[in-house]
Design a protein around this ligand. Structure first.
Ligand SMILES: *Cc1c(COP(=O)(O)O)cnc(C)c1O
Ligand SMILES: [Zn+2]
Length: 438
């Protein structure tokens, strides 16, 4: 029995495989092929998974990401991040109507446990695997959310953590890392420079960096978001998914989850989901590659956007993300900081969801692609909301009306109440004036 009394599952991992040349590797804390430096990916025995699981078996399990554990690369029961995943899929009727979608949903990982972003899924897998490898020290290069999640989960697991972030990160993302006792380094440089430093540290010190030498395990955690969406839609896949992209892994892993769910008998219909990628114009290597029809992205040297969580100039999975978007019949788009702020406010005012800048980016891109006719207004459309707005307050602080200060009397309230009715929306300073037009 595991932590929740579920029957203990066995491992279905065959090994690791190069995504470029297909060469097989034994399972180890390593992320690249020694022949061509191609990224390594987990390789599973799908026949056995198909025999081992069924919808009803999964449905009896606890509602968190580990109900899909046969598809995750652990040899034993998870030991880190036991409560991650299992987030709501919200039917977004009001936002759908405002944007022009018939059947819109939000997969809300802004309320993931324990650190309020989808990174809790990838870290749960990476650190459980790190413990299987016997690693005592872990770390990451991060644009913020990964830092929070590695620090929190490492603390709870009794692991030492070294976290490297660009020095200009949002305050809440730094605080939300340091609080857990992690060793935090604010590096003077871009994320890509931070990542290069971490690669050197990981191999020199033999530590487990979740998104570097543990990346093949880490990335698989994102699949759980895809499995959950399919199950929450009644074991169906949506027609369209809009995903924010940083390193470009999440979008591909949601696609992979849909394919695996079908392959292993959880879905009746072949998934035909079109994938749409969202970035900020201030750091748009992947959407630029899609729009200019290039296979290989051009790295963005100096990212400049309020959407720091997505600001990876040279994304590790950029090539695969652009290819998936094209092959699935989707598209990519990027939006300005002003549009990102509007997206955040729309999400909040229409659905009561306070998402971070990446959520605003996803909403704004969905609006834009619908207007371009690239996204269809019909069919099931899911927006991936990946992080929490309380962590990126500085991005919209100046766009939100401060509270009206009044004396503690009914007269005082009534006097300002009449005035305030002339300004019913909280939104100001947007390029549309009264953004929501109410
Ligand atoms: C990391 C991150 C992403 C993107 O994930 P990738 O797999 O690197 O593309 C999206 N949203 C948020 C909030 C993130 O922190
Ligand atoms: Zn190879």
């Amino acid at each position: 029995m595991d932590h929740w009394g579920n029957a203990v599952a066995e491992s279905f991992v065959k090994g690791m495989k190069c995504r470029v040349c297909g060469k097989s590797y034994p399972v180890s804390p390593n992320n690249f092929c020694t022949d061509d430096f191609g990224p390594l990916e987990m390789d599973y025995d799908y026949e056995s998974i198909r025999e081992a699981i069924s919808r009803s078996k999964i449905e009896m399990r606890t509602w968190n990401m580990w109900r899909y554990r046969e598809f995750l690369p652990l040899d034993h029961e998870p030991t880190v991040g036991l409560h991650s995943g299992g987030t709501p899929l919200i039917k977004a009727t009001r936002l759908g109507k405002a944007l022009g979608f018939d059947d819109l949903y939000l997969k809300n990982d802004a309320v993931n446990f324990p650190t309020l972003s989808f990174k809790d899924r990838v870290v749960a897998v990476a650190l459980s695997k790190a413990k299987e490898f016997g690693l005592k020290t872990v770390g990451c290069a991060s644009t913020g959310n990964l830092a929070n999640s590695v620090a929190a989960n490492a603390a709870a697991a009794g692991l030492e953590s070294y976290i490297f972030v660009p020095a200009d990160l949002e305050k809440a993302k730094i605080l939300g890392t340091s609080i857990f006792g992690a060793k935090v380094y604010g590096v003077h440089g871009t994320y890509d420079e931070v990542n290069r430093l971490c690669t050197q540290v990981a191999f020199k010190f033999g530590w487990g960096f979740v998104n570097i030498n543990l990346r093949p395990f880490y990335a698989e955690g994102s699949k759980s978001m895809g499995f959950e969406i399919a199950e929450q839609l009644g074991w169906q896949t949506p027609d369209q998914v809009v995903s924010p992209m940083a390193g470009g892994a999440l979008i591909g892993k949601v696609h992979k989850a849909f394919q695996e769910a079908y392959k292993c008998g959880l879905l009746n219909q072949v998934p035909k989901t079109r994938f749409y990628g969202a970035q900020a114009t201030g750091c748009n290597p992947i959407t630029d590659a899609v729009k200019t029809n290039r296979d290989q992205h051009k790295p963005v040297k100096k990212p400049n956007t309020i959407c720091k969580s997505l600001a990876i100039g040279d994304p590790a999975d950029g090539f695969f993300a652009a290819k998936l978007i094209r092959d699935s019949g989707g598209w990519g788009e990027d939006v300005s900081d002003e549009e990102i702020r509007e997206g955040m406010i729309e999400l909040a005012e229409y659905e009561g969801v306070f998402a971070e800048t990446a959520g605003g980016t996803t909403v704004a891109v969905a609006r834009n692609l619908l207007q371009q006719g690239k996204l269809s207004p019909h069919g099931k459309t899911v927006l991936l909301i990946t992080g929490n707005g309380l962590k990126t307050q500085e991005a919209i602080m100046n766009n939100i009306e401060p509270p009206t200060h009044i004396a503690a009397t009914l007269d005082a309230f009534e006097a300002v109440h009449v005035q305030n009715q002339e300004f019913p929306s909280l939104v100001k300073n947007t390029n549309k004036g009264n953004l929501l037009g109410v």
